[in-house]
Design a protein around this ligand. Structure first.
Ligand code: HEC
Length: 389
């Protein structure tokens, strides 16, 4: 009996030990499998960058040297530590390039598409990391760069060249093309030069052609908040009397212009509108006999729509309300309304066009309806010939 007891114990007594052993063994198999089969643990933007991007874009986003890259980097190859580019591009545009690859936005095909390798959430995170590579404070983010309207100057400082043409839709035929060049400098500044031309048909069927008054301007961002989606800037301009006022070209006197711009992003729940842009200022001529002082208030509202699941062509319908009043006795306020549609032309979205009609709503006597058209080239994103396919 006693010996049998012992032998029974010896069999059942080992069972718990075997059980513990089996559990540990099974765990170790499961662990080994999880190590081999699961995707890499890429939780933070930095981890994603180090795993997927550093091979080309280099440590700190500065780009690998040519010898390591093994390809000739395109002239637009980014340095993500350079705040001008890192804050100047919308996160949205970067997500599109990362999702669709260079081909999706008219960039080099060497930039691969990560639509399969990374989830949307991981793309958000890696873009957040790219943004963090600009360490200099004070740069307003491109999310505050709202679409350019015709009459309402935007608050965000830009690098662009714009060719605007204004056609008389009523009255004598005429067209006024104007070329504007804008360049950012420093963190918050922009200079601007613009030169209007004019081709007008007089009653006698003769055409006049000439230059109007050249404008030199300086803009500075005074305050902004990415959190509230607001930006406030001030601009000063000098209008030089380069035109010939006898033929209706320019005012004939030097004038100063000073204005403020306040743009506000609207809450996404509003759906029908994304932003309101306002501009208010005064034209102060050196001689008010030839050109009266004038005050104005411009507002633009609009909504950007994007084709192809948010990665394609952009369309921005906008409406402007333009009010202006000369500071002379008995003057009334001129109100104009200007519906328009802006659309991206190039795949890179650095060439945009806008077309609109400006209707005088009050004091319509002697004021013509105008058709406006512009082509805009954001030259920071590359030459105008690149980025189309
Ligand atoms: C095989 C090399 C390579 C890899 C890997 C790569 N890139 Fe790129 N990337 C490029 C090249 C080349 C360009 C420049 C394209 C051009 O300018 O035509 C570029 C451009 C970009 C741009 C556009 C910048 C701009 O100017 O608008 C972004 C954003 C970007 N890459 C992000 C990433 C991210 C994020 C990863 C990793 C998830 C990544 N890239 C991985 C080669 C690469």
């Amino acid at each position: 009996m006693r010996s049998r007891d012992i032998s029974t114990w010896s069999i059942w007594g080992y069972l718990p030990v075997a059980f513990v052993f089996a559990v540990v063994w099974m765990h170790s198999i499961a662990f080994a499998q999880s190590q081999a089969g699961a995707p890499l643990k890429l939780d933070t933007g930095e981890e994603i960058y180090k795993a997927a991007c550093i091979g080309c874009h280099g440590p700190g986003g500065k780009g690998q040297p040519k010898s390591t890259l093994g390809f000739e980097p395109p002239s637009t190859f980014p340095d993500f530590s350079d705040c001008r580019g890192t804050t100047g591009e919308k996160e949205f545009d970067w997500r599109a390039t990362i999702h669709e690859g260079g081909a999706g936005r008219g960039f080099s095909r060497i930039m691969p598409s990560f639509s399969e390798a990374l989830t949307n959430e991981q793309i958000y995170k890696v873009v957040g990391y790219l943004r963090s590579l600009c360490t200099e404070p004070g740069w307003p983010l491109a999310e505050l760069n709202f679409p350019r309207a015709f009459g309402t100057e935007k608050a965000f400082p830009e690098n662009e060249t714009v060719l605007t043409s204004t056609f008389n839709a009523t009255g004598n035929p005429g067209v006024e093309p104007e070329i504007t060049y804008e360049k950012r400098f420093g963190v918050k500044n922009q200079m601007e030069i613009s030169l209007p031309f004019s081709f007008q048909r007089a009653d006698t069927r003769t055409w006049f052609a000439g230059v109007g008054d050249a404008v030199l301007g300086f803009k500075r961002v005074m305050a902004y908040s990415s959190k509230t989606g607001s930006i406030l800037s001030l601009q000063g301009e000098v209008n030089f009397p380069t035109g010939d006022p006898a033929h209706g070209l320019g005012a004939g006197v030097t004038a100063f212009q000073t204005f403020g711009m306040f743009d506000q992003a609207l809450p996404a729940k509003l759906k029908v509108l994304d932003a309101v842009q306002t501009q208010w200022g005064a034209v102060l001529p050196t001689h008010t006999k030839d050109l009266p002082q004038n005050f104005y208030f411009n507002t633009a509202i609009g909504k950007t729509l994007v084709q192809n699941k948010g990665f394609g062509r952009i369309w921005t319908p906008m409406v402007e309300f333009l009010a202006s009043r000369d500071l002379v006795d008995g003057a009334k306020t001129n109100w104009d309304i200007l519906p328009q549609m802006q659309v991206s032309l190039s795949k890179r979205q650095h060439i945009l066009a806008d077309v609109g009609v400006r209707f005088p709503m009050t004091n319509t006597g002697g004021r013509t309806t105008e058709v406006l058209f512009y082509v805009l080239w954001d030259w920071f994103d590359g030459s105008w010939k690149s980025g189309w396919k």
